[in-house]
Design a protein around this ligand. Structure first.
Ligand code: PRT
Length: 110
């Protein structure tokens, strides 16, 4: 999973220097952070609506698609700010390690 994020991060990095006419990501960078954040907001709303529909219909196809759009635009925002996907993976790993340690500590107390 993280391989895809790493490779996508590299493409996003390359797109910062590409022509806005040739690439969707480059066109977002050219429009600036506010436009990118607008897309993050739109995709978040679409993800919420799709999740509510999925609960009713039992079909998760659209919520998976919208979540991919949300993750993608969040990564474009981070890239615009000079960060790579790995920093988010590192943060999640740090939290996972912390909670693992807490679990161990509470088990040792018993
Ligand atoms: N993962 C994605 C990806 N997910 C979603 N999108 C685009 O995000 C947009 C989603 O926004 P909307 O649904 O609102 O569609 P829209 O109406 O076309 O967008 P707006 O006009 O509102 O901005 C669509 O244009 C999708 O094509 C993506 N565009 C690119 N990628 C990846 O980014 C790489 C670089 O893309 P380019 O910059 O286009 O070469 C690609 O190789 C892909 O791996």
């Amino acid at each position: 999973m993280s391989d895809v994020l790493t490779q996508l991060g590299e493409v996003l990095e390359q797109r910062k220097g590409a022509s806005p006419d040739s690439s969707y990501v480059s066109s977002l960078h050219a429009k600036g952070l506010n436009k990118i954040l607008e897309k993050v907001g739109e995709e978040a709303t679409e993800t919420i609506l799709a999740a509510k529909d999925a609960e009713t219909s039992g079909d998760n196809k659209d919520v998976i698609y919208e979540t991919a759009d949300l993750w993608f635009h969040s990564l474009v925002a981070l890239s615009h700010l000079g960060e790579k996907p790995q920093v988010v993976l590192d943060e999640l790993a740090r939290r996972f390690d912390l909670s693992g340690l807490e679990e161990k500590a509470s088990r040792n107390k018993k």
